[in-house]
Design a protein around this ligand. Sequence first.
Ligand SMILES: C[S@@+](CC[C@H](N)C(=O)[O-])C[C@H]1O[C@@H](n2cnc3c(N)ncnc32)[C@H](O)[C@@H]1O
Length: 342
Amino acid sequence: MTTAETAPPPSMRLRELVFGAACAAALRTAARLGVADAVGDSPVSVEDLATAVKTEPQPLRRLLRALSCYGVFAEQPDGAFAHTDMSRLLREDDPHSLRYITLWCTEPWTWDAWPRLDEAVRTGRNVVEDLYGKEFFQYLNEDAPESALVFNRAMTTSSAQSAQDVADFLDLSGSSSVADIGGGQGHVVASLLEKYPALHGTLLDLPRVVENADPRLRPGGALAERVNVVPGDCRVAVPVRADVYIIKNILEWDDDSTARTLRNVREAGGPGTRVVVIENLVDDTPSMRFSTAMDLLLLLNVGGAKHTTDSMVRRLTAGGLVVEDIRPVNPYLHAFDCTVPA
Ligand SMILES: C[S@@+](CC[C@H](N)C(=O)[O-])C[C@H]1O[C@@H](n2cnc3c(N)ncnc32)[C@H](O)[C@@H]1O
């Protein structure tokens, strides 16, 4: 544990911080090479590991030594490496795997965008449109299929992990239909349909995302008869009538997109409709370092932001909703329960 006595002096700490890219690159490399998947329950020699992941042993040892400094893998006295709680999260088969989140946060486009953070801070605008000539999600789905796949897998991991929390949290008794706007591959909808056997659901997301919807929602899937999967752009239209709309981890983009989405949801639902907006908040988070980093990444890619409770309420109110209640869903997510006024 780092204490005031053991903390490195400021000059050393700052030197370490400016090499944050080296740490991110090392994590990305371990995730891409499948190093964590190749380490089992007992320590493994670097030579055996190198054979398993098809690398040279010496550079692999250097990679593992660098990661061990951060508590990702642990070097044993005989030079073998073992898992730590953190390195296990890089395994694809870990129930709380962060492998795709690791890849997503370090995708090639991020290395193009970070050097332009000064420009984004100066202008308050995203840099992706300048870099690639189109909006981020359009770039992702049209020009960077590998990154799009990583994004969808990362979202699948985190929404699969949070979908059950959302389903446990939301009381939809008395409602007959729910629509998840920008619902990714539909884990939240699926969990809610499983919780409420009479509920009807709609999943709306971009066409290339819903093509890979959760198998439970696709034709022949266990929930297919109670779901509509709608490809679309929620900033253009929300052609879905439902009693309850869920908007989870979407309103982190630019304010114009937020305003258009809320207007479309309001118009689709009409007065009295319940709209539940679920977000990570930058002012009430177990990890300020992660949330503020994600906030800067959102500035770079979509000109967006992670919100505080106040800034979220302001946007929802400006979007014509009445915020009735704000409650934590789990340690990372907060739900803003809103209604469309008469
Ligand atoms: C951060 S993910 C959140 C996904 C899901 N709601 C969840 O919480 O797991 C953002 C989602 O917004 C979708 N999205 C982006 N632009 C969109 C648009 N214009 N219309 C509909 N969905 C959009 C993305 O495809 C992606 O699935």
